[in-house]
Design a protein around this ligand. Structure first.
Ligand SMILES: [Mn+2]
Length: 426
């Protein structure tokens, strides 16, 4: 199912006057504050976030899953779903595949299908957190960190295969997230587990093509509840440094203990040129994988402020790979992703409005009150007309969610795919 551009244009006409009014008012207000509005719009229009292939169906909890009608049952349908989101938002120009849930059968057809919808293949993700059917070796007690060499070899070979699959699609990076760890004190030897992981990652790194990057994701707990081998950014950073210059840390917003200062982690990594990937979601307690910006929008803004500063001042850091890593337990997955993309763009736009020069001067003068005022002045600005303008320029929808509903996209997907269609891999 492809969304007809003309239908988006027709839907836009209904709210075009009100957009022009609010945009002109805001542009005038920002111009008077010496903000180059056109540059902000260009940055917003260029900002693209990858959608993971596992996020297009309903997620679940460890207690169960409520399916959602019209879920994509094949990789082809998953690409179409990303295409639909991208047509509306103009912000989702990439898909991130999970292997082995989404291995292409016909590579040429898959690449053409993605290209026709302006979709690139972003980082590929390996999976050693569960056993596949009839495995030679089990990951029950770990994968890259396992004490048994045969298990480690199988896990390394899987990652090498994921690189090969990604290479055929045009991906340029591999994301490794390890579930390895211990559920109980005394279960593993911390030092042995870390050493084996370093060795295994080094072997994966050795098979990385020259123009590829390796992203090492960290997480403090879950599914192992006593310890994880790569528990925090410091451990990931250390492993990445030991692998080499193509290895980077990946920050997932949900992979921190409550109240961790994520913007400070982002700043440190970018200063050291090691922030490679970034996963968006939101949380209240743990790795809740909720809609981006639904719980802590101000925290997201502060993180974006650090990201914008890094992108402008740290040429040593590559442009990060952005991805939404969320789960949709009760919402329409596509509506949830549209909401997340809106929240991401909103936080980015607000961060772009921060007067960095004035902030630096206030910091030099130890004017703490002024520092806070500068940040909150940007945060309190309603930037939605800027987002609308950026989408409009690229042929997207002024109001993606409204248009998704008025065009009855979900109803069409259900009639095409059936009410019982279940997304693979969940
Ligand atoms: Mn993640």
């Amino acid at each position: 199912m492809k969304i007809d551009r003309q239908k988006i244009e027709e839907a836009n006409k209904r709210s075009l006057d009100s957009h022009i009014n609010s945009y002109n008012y805001l542009a005038d207000y920002l111009t008077k504050k010496d903000i180059e509005v056109d540059k902000v719009i260009t940055k917003l229009a260029e900002f693209q976030v990858a959608i993971p292939s596992w996020a297009l169906g309903a997620g679940g909890t460890r207690f169960g899953r409520f399916g959602f009608q019209g879920e994509p049952a094949t990789l082809e349908q998953k690409i179409d779903d990303v295409g639909a989101i991208h047509a509306l938002t103009q912000t989702a120009g990439a898909i991130s595949l999970h292997i082995p849930w989404d291995v292409p059968t016909d590579y040429t057809a898959i690449i053409e299908r993605a290209q026709s919808q302006d979709i690139l293949f972003d980082a590929v993700n390996s999976n050693t957190f569960q056993d596949q059917k009839d495995p030679a070796e089990s990951y029950r007690f770990g994968s890259l960190s396992h004490i048994d060499e045969a298990v480690r070899k199988q896990a390394v070979a899987h990652n090498t295969e994921v690189i090969e699959i990604g290479n055929r699609l045009g991906s340029k990076s591999l994301t490794v997230w390890l579930a390895d760890g211990a559920s109980f004190p005394g279960q593993t030897n911390f030092q042995t587990a870390l050493e084996q992981t370093q060795k295994s990652l080094g072997e994966i790194y050795a098979s990385l093509p020259d123009d590829w990057k390796l992203f090492i994701e960290y997480k403090p707990y879950e599914p192992n509840f006593y310890s994880t081998v790569i528990q925090d950014w410091g451990t990931s950073f250390m492993l990445a440094n030991e692998c080499g210059e193509k290895a980077y840390t990946l920050v997932d917003l949900g992979h921190h203990l409550p109240n961790t200062n994520i913007e400070q982690i982002v700043s440190t990594l970018m200063l050291k040129g090691k922030l490679g990937g970034f996963h968006f979601n939101d949380s209240k307690y743990g790795d809740d994988d909720l809609t981006v910006g639904s719980v802590k929008p101000y925290a997201l803004f502060l993180i974006f402020n650090a990201l914008v500063y890094g992108m402008e001042n740290n040429p040593q850091n590559p442009y990060p790979a952005w991805m939404i890593d969320a789960s949709h337990n009760i919402k329409d997955p596509l509506e949830d992703i549209i909401q997340s993309l809106e929240a991401i763009q909103e936080a980015y736009a607000k961060a772009l409005l921060v007067d960095q020069k004035a902030l630096n001067e206030a910091q030099q003068a130890h004017d703490v009150v002024k520092c806070q005022e500068i940040l909150q002045d940007a945060y309190r600005t309603d930037v939605r007309p800027l987002l609308e303008k950026a989408r409009l320029q690229r042929g997207g929808a002024l109001h993606p969610l409204n248009t998704y509903r008025s065009l009855k996209i979900r109803e069409q997907l259900v009639s095409e795919r059936g009410a019982d269609s279940v997304a693979t891999g969940l």
